[in-house]
Design a protein around this ligand. Structure first.
Ligand SMILES: [Zn+2]
Length: 254
């Protein structure tokens, strides 16, 4: 089970041979591709630059940092983009710099030691969401598409958004990842993706059903309890579940 107590303090984790994650409230990772390093996501605070660069150089020494992939373009994932460009001439890879990546195949990034794919999955959190998939090691960087139970939609939040989310989760689950690196918080696995999928599949219809019975918003809010097996999830029971229910109630029960 993911350790949810230490995430406030950044921790460097080797999730596979040559793939490192700096687990914190804002996550980032880097991988030894063989001959060069790829970085995934670039945090929110420019002040973390030196600490992060030291960690990259300690774990994967003496290699050019050739590419930096953003899972999306929100400021909490892109703060160090410019610094990597300035310091190392790093190429920035995201759905804005590569708008034409075919969704079914993705962008293949190959090295002598491993390869990864940038798979576009836009439309839920932002119009530029992509996941980064290392097939050999089964390591998946989801960005904010997986947020420990939070419906990642920042626009409207209704049954059709949930449907789209569920189909994205089906795609992610079919990859069968051993390690799931969310945009924020503790590392996860395919099991949590499955639980999250079931949660989304249950949540919308449940709220719809209660609204159709004529229950008022306040009653629905108290009726729809978080699932038992997700109670311990990071920031879930005390925040994300309630946030999800409130947003869905607003769109479904009004
Ligand atoms: Zn984020």
């Amino acid at each position: 089970m993911a350790d949810h107590t230490t995430v406030e303090v950044p921790e460097i984790k080797n999730v596979a041979e040559g793939i490192v994650v700096r687990q914190a409230i804002d996550n980032m990772g880097w991988a030894d591709m063989g001959g060069y390093t790829v970085v995934i996501d670039a945090l929110e605070k420019p002040s973390e630059e030196q600490e992060v660069i030291r960690a990259i150089q300690e774990t994967i020494p003496s290699q050019p940092i050739s590419k930096l992939i953003n899972t999306h373009l929100h400021p909490d994932h892109t703060a160090l983009n410019n610094r990597f460009q300035e310091l190392y001439g790093t190429e920035i890879v995201n759905l804005r710099t590569y708008p034409d990546i075919a969704p079914e195949d993705g962008l293949h990034i190959k090295g002598e030691q491993r390869s990864c794919q940038v798979l576009p999955m836009p439309g839920c959190h932002t119009s530029e969401d992509a996941v980064v998939w290392f097939p050999q090691e089964a390591v998946l960087f989801t960005g904010d598409i997986f947020g420990w139970g939070m419906v990642p939609s920042i626009g409207s939040c209704n049954n059709s958004v949930l449907k789209q989310l569920i189909s994205i989760y089906d795609n992610l689950i079919s990859l069968n990842p051993a390690t799931v690196v969310p945009g924020h918080g503790p590392l996860a696995s395919a099991k949590e993706l499955e639980q999250c999928r079931e949660y989304f599949a249950w949540l919308g219809p449940k709220i719809t059903e209660l609204a159709e019975q004529g229950l008022d918003r306040k009653t629905i809010m108290t009726e729809v309890k978080p699932p038992e097996e997700m109670q311990h999830w990071w920031r879930f029971a005390e925040w994300k579940h309630e946030h999800n229910v409130r947003r869905l109630v607003q769109s479904i029960a009004s």
